[in-house]
Design a protein around this ligand. Structure first.
Ligand code: SF4
Ligand code: SF4
Length: 301
């Protein structure tokens, strides 16, 4: 029984991760490396440190507690060596200027569901529930399965937001999933490899398999300027939707640049450098065409 796993956030009162008011559990770890990643803190399964250099007052408290010698003070200058950090979080507790923040912690399923259950009255009023997101929930498949089983024992509505990139059997999970929020990023395989680092073959195989067993699916399509805002991309979404039996909605997720500063604080680079928010109005004409050609609910997020 895998009842422990790594998560990096529990967000209550979300209204954009499935129907109604929901609590979203963000799981650590992702096998993809999307050029525009909105949550770069999710990529590694291990705990990581955010370091905001502009808040550091070079007090040296962190270097006094770090057994791994991750922090050093030289000439009143603080240097952080990320390679040495093992993510224990001790330095965060003594950094009173909030220059350090730990991202990622191990929790068990009971602890998580206890938090999720706090908002049960809101789920009941709004038709909401629990959403597992990330990162990629399928990378911690056994923990995800345990969490979903426990959620269903408590009568919660469950949704899983996924890239679909997994060799594990999603039909087993589907017994405990009321709704899949299934990402579709780019269609040509070579483009998918270019922008995410992996082939989309297994992603489509899993999507078709879920559709065959009658799973309820919303397509979630990140829309990224200069990558996939093209008529061909929306035609491909239309064709995909119309070849499947169980797509009930299409969500177009507008690009935002918030991942850039987070990547910087994590000492990571982002391939896609664009600091402009995509205006939702840009997508209205595409959304209208999708509605007309698929007869599905289309939402711009
Ligand atoms: S404890 Fe915080 S403020 Fe002090 S040197 Fe370390 S990172 Fe900077
Ligand atoms: S999290 Fe732990 S290992 Fe990493 S820098 Fe802080 S004290 Fe050192």
């Amino acid at each position: 029984m895998y009842n422990k796993g790594n998560i990096f956030n529990i967000q209550r009162f979300s209204t954009s991760d499935g129907p109604g008011i929901r609590t979203v559990v963000f799981m650590k770890g992702c096998p993809l490396n999307c050029a525009w990643c909105h949550n770069p803190e999710s990529k590694s399964t291990a705990a990581e440190l955010f370091y905001k250099g502009e808040l550091c007052i070079a007090c040296g408290s962190c270097s006094n507690v770090c057994d791994a010698n991750g922090h050093t003070l030289t000439d009143d200058m603080h240097l952080f060596d990320r390679q040495k950090c093992v993510g224990c979080g001790k330095c965060v507790e003594v950094c009173y200027s909030n220059a350090l923040e730990i991202c990622g912690e191990e929790k068990n399923t009971e602890e998580i569901i206890d938090i999720v259950l706090r908002d049960r009255p809101f789920y009941e009023q709004s038709g909401g529930g629990l959403t597992l997101s990330g990162g990629e929930p399928l990378i911690q498949y056994d923990f995800t399965l345990s969490l979903l089983k426990l959620a269903k024992q408590h009568g919660l509505h469950t949704a899983v937001e996924t890239s679909g990139f997994s060799v594990r059997d999603l039909t087993v999970l589907n017994d405990f999933v009321d709704l899949w929020l299934y990402d579709i990023k780019v269609f040509p395989e070579e483009e998918h490899i270019k922008y995410t680092g992996v082939s989309n073959k297994v992603i489509f195989d899993n999507l078709y398999q879920l559709d065959r067993i009658g799973a309820r699916i919303f397509l979630r399509c990140p829309i990224i300027p200069d990558v996939n805002i093209t008529p061909q991309h929306f035609t491909a979404i239309t064709d995909l939707t119309n070849t499947l039996d169980n797509i009930t909605a299409i969500h177009l997720e507008t690009y935002h640049p918030l991942g850039l500063s987070k990547a910087e604080q994590l000492g990571k680079g982002q391939l896609y450098q664009n600091n402009k928010f995509l205006e939702p109005s840009v997508l209205e004409p595409f959304a209208d065409i999708l509605r007309e050609k698929t007869n599905k609910e289309v939402v711009i997020l």
